[in-house]
Design a protein around this ligand. Structure first.
Ligand code: TXA
Ligand code: MG
Length: 318
């Protein structure tokens, strides 16, 4: 439980330009006042995030959209009605109240309304739009508990609000609405199938950028979400595995022989359950002192697409 005093302190911290980590339904966010250039710069510094990677702006309520987005495209309304509050980020023309640093100089802004009582109350009490990337050091595993946040940042944040584990467990879906056809930039908690049911065709942006290049399409860095332990992505695990191997698997494996640690995400093959536990399992594997993590690819459908995207990036560049 977060006390009224803690909420008041967190809102005041944000209003004063400080950084507050808070839970959302997807992952923990590292929040700052989106209208405060210095506060947003502090997010980039704390994360070690390159300035070319834009940050999502969070609202308490869809009614506040006009304060951050200029002339939202037609499809924003049905998408907001269908999926807000929830794990969907829309890329829209940016209103000048949002400083350019938030969007890495782009004329757009990524916006979402999180579906979490702590996030909503905090944003509401602060009275400002809140810029918040996932609360992890740049390129590392996303946090789905307050403990994950503290592990990565130690005492570097002004406050961490602990709301327990995140319900969805993977970041929001990012969809760009500024072109003629909606473009899915990052698969996430709302599936491609769900989006298409509401707005018809949604193109999938498949591109990635090498780590050392400024991203023409932001957020498309090949290596991301990465554990410190080397991660190998496979269709079927090698049997028996080399010594010191840990297994990350959707459903129970055919054989448990030889694995130092096995993380099974769903006994029954449920993708919602697997998604909710995904990052926590990856954190545990990474903390186990293994020589390598072997991750089995998910079915490329629904939430499986978002999880394969994270695994592909976690495995890249090794
Ligand atoms: O679920 C989430 O989205 C979490 C929670 C905290 O809300 N946030 C999150 O933020 O995942 P971050 O910074 O880790 O990822 C944001 C993604 C990046 O890939 C970024 O490039 C993309 O969204 N993005 C943000 N604004 C954008 C814009 N204006 N145009 C294109 N992509 C944008
Ligand atoms: Mg992130």
């Amino acid at each position: 439980m977060i006390s009224d005093e803690q909420f008041e302190k967190a809102a005041a911290t944000l209003q004063d330009g400080g950084l507050v980590a808070f839970p959302t339904e997807t992952v923990y966010g590292l929040g700052a006042d989106a209208t405060d250039t210095t506060a947003v710069a502090a997010i980039f510094d704390a994360k070690g995030r390159p300035r070319f990677d834009p940050i999502i702006v969070h609202l308490a309520d869809a009614g506040q959209l006009p304060t951050v987005a200029a002339e939202p495209p037609e499809l924003a309304e049905p998408l907001a009605r269908a999926f807000w509050p929830g794990p969907l980020t829309m890329v829209l023309p940016r209103n000048e109240s949002i400083p350019s640093i938030v969007s890495a100089g782009l004329p757009t802004v990524g916006v979402r309304v999180p579906d979490h009582p702590i996030a909503s109350r905090l944003i509401d009490m602060c009275g400002r739009p809140i810029a918040a990337p996932s609360a992890n050091r740049f390129g590392h595993i996303s946090p789905t508990t307050a403990q994950h946040v503290r592990q990565q940042f130690g005492d570097r944040l002004d406050m961490v609000l602990d709301g327990g584990p995140c319900r969805v467990g993977v970041e929001s879906t990012v969809v760009d609405l500024t072109g003629p056809i909606p473009r899915l930039l990052r698969p996430g908690g709302i599936t491609h199938e769900q989006l298409q049911e509401v707005v018809g065709t949604v193109e999938i942006h498949e591109g990635t950028q090498p780590i050392d290049q400024a991203a023409a399409a932001p957020g498309m860095l090949a290596r991301h979400y990465a554990p410190n332990t080397p991660l190998l992505l496979v269709e079927t695990p090698h049997d028996p595995p080399p010594p010191g191997s840990g297994l990350l698997t959707f459903t129970p494996p055919d054989s448990i022989d030889g694995w130092s640690l096995i993380e099974t995400l769903s006994e029954t093959g449920n993708l919602v359950e697997a998604t909710a536990g995904f990052f926590a399992a990856l954190h545990r594997l990474d903390d186990a002192g293994l020589d390598q993590i072997v991750a089995v690819a998910f079915p490329e459908t629904g939430l499986g697409r978002a999880l394969n995207n994270r695994l592909g990036r976690a495995a890249a560049g090794r």
